[in-house]
Write a protein that binds this ligand. Structure first.
Ligand code: SAH
Length: 283
């Protein structure tokens, strides 16, 4: 029987959108103290090799929407709970921020149900990273007074009435997990007569050395959207502000179609150690 004294703790920490320098000092401190690190796919290898203490065990629990293998949420919850019950300091490292389009609520429920102490360390969500590295202010006087974080990974999440509203707003719209449905996003906005001064910026692998931006007026973009496929992860910024990347973008496109982030490795609950690396090579 465990007593509270022997219980470990779980730190749910943000890793930032890609550039390893966009992690917080607090998350680094926990990685240096960690016994176990459960990491997402969208976490830079540099963070794992530079900041995780070398006795820690790193377990990949990647997820990838639509394609590829992924680790079931149940498995991630069990790994967190088991290691914390073994008295370990577990860091659950998530790409971007911890609370935006992540399964953090599932994880909190599992921790609460098992009486495990936790802390949450916020971070830079990819919308903020992509906007900064594309030179796009998400709100700006005369352009937009609000910003919305949305997703359209399956059609049920936005109904026709809401498209109408999205087409008429001055708010900046940021779509996560929507590269595969981008044609529908654009055509729904155009169908509802989105303003002709609205632009779109599609940012692949934002804040990484492989960042690429496709930018155009939304009506011009509608003619070419079909011809393009995007390298994951991709973020879409729509609004008058998206035009500003032309003037204020400060990074050249990489022109590369390589992948910065690792593909997902699947782990089976009983064989997860095969995907475990206890020590990653340090630069
Ligand atoms: N919690 C994450 C989002 C997870 S959902 C965050 O706060 O950013 C995964 C989606 O995030 C991807 O499909 C993509 O739309 C977006 N994303 C994450 N990292 C990105 C990056 N470096 N460049 C572009 N989009 C990114």
């Amino acid at each position: 029987m465990q007593t509270n004294k022997q219980m470990g703790r779980v730190i749910i920490a943000a890793a930032g959108p890609g550039d390893p320098e966009l992690i917080t000092a607090k998350a680094i401190r926990f990685l240096q103290q960690a016994d176990i690190v459960l990491t997402d796919r969208l976490v830079s290898d540099v963070i794992l090799s530079e900041y995780v203490n070398e006795n820690a065990k790193i377990i990949y629990v990647g997820k990838q929407c639509r394609r590829g293998a992924s680790t079931p949420q149940q498995t991630i919850n069990e790994l967190m709970v088991q290691h914390a019950q073994d008295g370990k300091l577990v860091v659950r490292l998530k790409g971007g921020d911890v609370s935006i389009f992540s399964n953090v609520l599932d994880e909190l429920e599992a921790l609460k149900a098992n009486n495990i102490a936790y802390e949450i360390v916020p971070g830079v969500t990819s919308a903020l990273g992509a906007a900064a590295y594309a030179g796009i202010p998400l709100t700006a006087r005369g352009y937009s007074t609000a910003v919305r974080f949305l997703t359209y990974y399956k059609s049920e999440v936005i109904n026709d009435g809401y498209w109408k509203e999205l087409a008429s707003t001055n708010d900046t719209l940021v779509f996560y997990m929507s590269a595969d449905t981008l044609e529908d996003v654009v055509s729904n906005l155009i169908k509802h007569h989105v303003s002709h001064d609205v632009h779109i910026a599609v940012v692949e692998q934002a804040t990484t050395p492989l960042q690429n931006i496709y930018h155009d007026n939304i009506y011009a973009f509608a003619n070419v959207v079909k011809q393009q496929s995007y390298v994951s992860p991709t973020l879409v910024i729509i609004g008058k502000v998206a035009a500003l990347t032309q003037q204020y973008g400060w990074i050249e496109n990489s022109g590369s179609k390589d992948y910065y982030f690792k593909p997902v490795a699947s782990i089976h609950p009983s064989t997860h150690t095969t995907n475990t690396i206890s020590h990653v090579s340090r630069a």
